[in-house]
Write a new protein. Structure first.
Length: 279
């Protein structure tokens, strides 16, 4: 395949997503779906998070034993040496745990392969839809659906159809003054703003599918929330830019919190650089 993987690796990764996604769906439909405990950062941890993590860790270690895994649910001891890893998997076993608990259905599995701080492969899997979005920067992006014993692939592009104004994709649960200033600036400079809210990494999927113009993120999130989405969006023709205007890098700092960013469908538009200058 792509990104230095064997040609059969993509299907194997997608099959692994199905196994983890089915475990999530089993918990989602169970009588214990609303059970959770708070982690150190006060975010919720469910039985679904743990089940998906275990399946993905075991599967990735089997598929690529030489590539370490950095998961949201990794124990500190398992990732103590992460800064020395040039090539690694960055995984969120259940992105959108609050959406899972809130029964919105807006949650994903995120898997990124990071090589020398850049995401070179991204998979966002939607468990309830049994659909995956795969991106390899420089090669292309696809929506993937199960097809018999394999997967059917349909190319996608971040180029949105012509429309008036700007479609802003935003988090359902995060609002702040900087986001409101950004939206006000876009409305003043580019016409009416249509805001579409959704949870988890679905904003990256929507951008890659040409369903929006920009996803501004100025509230806390972590590298496993963003890495797969960046690979997907770059592969579809878009970009994820830090407030310095440069693409985000991963496993490059002591913290695993992601910098604030703009994810954009068309990085050639001067509007985004102008917006960044205002932030």
């Amino acid at each position: 395949m792509t990104a230095g993987l064997h040609p059969t690796a993509t299907d194997a990764l997608l099959d692994l997503c199905v196994a983890a996604g089915d475990a999530i769906c089993s918990e989602y439909s169970s009588s214990r779906a609303d059970e959770f405990r708070a982690k150190a950062d006060d975010s919720p941890l469910t039985r679904a998070d743990i089940a998906s993590h275990r399946i993905l860790i075991e599967g990735l270690e089997r598929l690529s034993p030489a590539v370490p895994v950095l998961s949201e649910e990794s124990k500190p001891a398992a990732i103590a040496d992460r800064r020395s890893w040039e090539r690694l998997w960055v995984v969120d076993p259940l992105d959108g745990t609050k959406e899972f608990l809130g029964r919105t259905g807006e949650f994903t599995i995120n898997i990124a392969l990071v090589d020398r701080q850049r995401p070179v492969l991204g998979i966002l899997y939607l468990p309830l839809e049994r659909a995956a979005w795969v991106g390899v920067p420089g090669e292309g992006a696809w929506r993937c659906l199960p097809d018999g014993d394999g997967w059917a692939r349909y190319p996608v592009s971040a180029t949105p159809p012509a429309h008036e104004g700007v479609v802003v994709l935003a988090s359902r649960r995060h609002r702040n003054a900087r986001l409101e200033r950004a939206i006000a600036y876009l409305e003043a400079e580019a016409g009416p703003v249509q805001r579409r809210n959704s949870g988890s990494a679905l904003k990256f999927v929507q951008l890659a599918a040409g369903q929006g113009d920009v996803y501004p993120r100025f509230s806390p999130c972590s590298e496993w929330d963003v890495a797969a989405g960046q690979a997907l969006l770059e592969a579809a023709g878009g970009a994820v830019l830090g407030l310095d205007g440069e693409p985000l890098r991963y496993n490059a700092r002591d913290t695993l919190l992601s910098p604030h960013f703009l994810a954009v469908a068309d990085p050639s538009l001067p509007l985004w650089r102008e917006l960044l200058a205002q932030l």
